[in-house]
Design a protein. Structure first.
Ligand code: AHR
Length: 491
């Protein structure tokens, strides 16, 4: 069957928030320590303790926001342990992630320094599970209060005169699970209590995010929206797609596993749509954002590594997951106001892997870099008709696509051919705009397991793409190789 995409280039009402391209860094495995923070005395080049190579690479992604400190870690983190002179900070046990000792050297000031270096907005998740209302309330005061107050004075004594004005605040993480095993009715009341004392100092414009559902738990969303919807700005959602039918390995898998992971990733469409429908019932104006603050693929850890560190390799299959997930988020731009890949470095579907002073960019990194053209662009309505990709008696669409118009008037089209072996062609018709130039980039590989390693860091990387033909009638015929992600910039 032919694939077609009719793009209405002169229409569009909804911007794709850049915050959909957000990140997540938890105190988990080697994400914070080694991945981002090496300390000021490290031989690894750093700026005030933060790895310079990693910051340089991440800056190319235009990271819009960074969520921290967890994850499950957030609900056992006590922020006051992470301020003041580093050597004097108390230690704790990171019970969720490997039972390792946390020295609290990376705390509030270091995180906000990192965000400053990246040029991104901080998104802080507070502790509901094992914390107190007072503790969370004081954290907001410490970070955002300008005038004289006990917490603002403490911040000044720790070397920071002016407040950071952090806008994004999460009130607990996975409160249905690692964050306290609460029932939605109970958490809704807890949320209301905690959120009341997260005060809006100055012009920080606090945006309070309630803990949302675990993937398809629609009743959680129903209860939260009914009982606490009017007290929140955002409601989170977590959905991971895991491998696999015959293999859980991140790198060694067959065609069936490839298909299965992409099918699971595509479920994001139904999950977002159904949570949005419930939110529409209580919030028809779409004031409350759906914040998908944990998503991505979850495989078996790399052989020989600590199972509690969630360190996995990352292949072209994961790049496909990222690309098709972004296309889904774009199509729900009216409700999905933020999303955060789990996680930025060395954990789950990472952008970057490190080994000592070495660093490698993953195929997922390249998708984030290629897709950044969509950040804050206008979503363009597109009528699509895509053929199917079959495996046994199951099928999924072979192509995933979306389009947007940048502030400068360029039309961005992102397309993926999900098939593990079959090339295909997509006929794109651009309606309502004339164009004279097209610039294409492609991420494609010679095998389904291709990935980058410290020895071969450039096996998977974007290339110039010219596999398209345009006609004077405004159509572009795009030849998509199997297992490829293509971004066209049309002007
Ligand atoms: O991202 C890893 C973990 O997955 C997070 O800590 C938790 O919120 C989720 O279960």
């Amino acid at each position: 069957m032919k694939n077609s995409m009719i793009i209405c280039a002169d229409q569009g009402k909804q911007k794709i928030s850049r915050h959909i391209y957000g990140h997540f860094a938890e105190h988990l495995g080697r994400c914070i320590y080694e991945g981002l923070w090496v300390g000021e005395d490290s031989k690894i080049p750093n700026t005030r303790g933060i790895r310079s190579d990693v910051v340089k690479a991440l800056k190319k992604l235009n990271v819009p926001n960074l969520r921290w400190p967890g994850g499950c870690f957030a609900d056992e983190y006590h922020w006051m342990d992470g301020i003041g002179q580093r050597e004097k900070r108390p230690t704790m046990i990171n019970t969720h992630w490997g039972g390792v000792t946390e020295n609290n050297h990376f705390g509030t000031h270091e995180f906000l320094e990192l965000c400053g270096q990246l040029g991104c907005e901080p998104y802080i998740c507070g502790n509901v599970g094992s914390g107190t209302v007072k503790e969370m309330s004081q954290w907001v005061e410490y970070i955002n209060m300008d005038g004289k107050s006990p917490m603002a004075d403490l911040r000044r004594r720790n070397g920071c005169e002016t407040p950071w004005k952090v806008k994004w605040w999460g009130v607990g993480n996975e409160s249905w699970g690692c964050g306290g095993n609460m029932r939605p009715e109970y958490y809704a009341d807890e949320y209301r209590r905690y959120a009341t004392y997260c005060r809006n100092y100055g012009d920080a414009g606090l945006y309070k995010i309630a803990c949302g559902a675990n993937s398809t738990d629609y009743s959680w969303t129903e209860v939260l929206m009914r009982e606490a919807g009017r007290h929140m700005d955002g409601l989170s959602l977590h959905y991971y797609c895991g491998s696999g039918r015959t293999s859980r390995s991140a790198t060694r898998y067959g065609a069936e596993d490839w298909f299965e992971l992409l099918k699971k990733a595509l479920l994001m469409e139904e999950i977002v749509a159904r949570h949005s429908t419930i939110m529409d019932k209580y919030d028809p104006e779409k004031r409350v954002g759906l914040i998908v603050d944990e998503w991505g693929s979850w495989h078996e850890v790399e052989p020989g590594t600590n199972p509690g560190f969630l360190y996995q390799q990352n292949t072209m299959r994961d790049a496909m997951v990222a690309a098709l997930t972004f296309n889904i988020f774009h199509s729900h731009a009216d409700r999905v106001q933020m999303a955060n890949i789990a996680q930025t470095i060395n954990v789950l579907q990472a952008m970057i892997l490190t080994e000592g002073a070495k660093m490698v960019l993953t195929p997922t990194y390249h998708v984030f870099e290629m897709f950044k053209v969509h950040q804050d662009s206008m979503l363009l309505p597109a009528h699509t008709s895509f053929g199917t990709y079959e495996m046994g008696n199951e099928n999924i669409p072979q192509v995933s696509g979306s389009a947007s118009r940048s502030a400068g008037g360029k039309i961005n089209v992102s397309l993926c051919n999900l098939h593990h072996v079959a090339d295909t062609v997509v006929e794109c018709e651009i309606r309502g705009a004339r164009f004279s130039g097209i610039r294409g980039r492609i991420l494609a590989t010679d095998s389904i397991g291709s990935h980058n390693t410290f020895e071969k860091p450039n096996s998977v990387k974007p290339e110039h793409f010219d596999g398209f033909k345009s006609s004077s009638k405004g159509t572009i015929s795009v030849e998509l190789p199997a297992r490829s992600v293509v971004v066209l910039e049309i002007e």
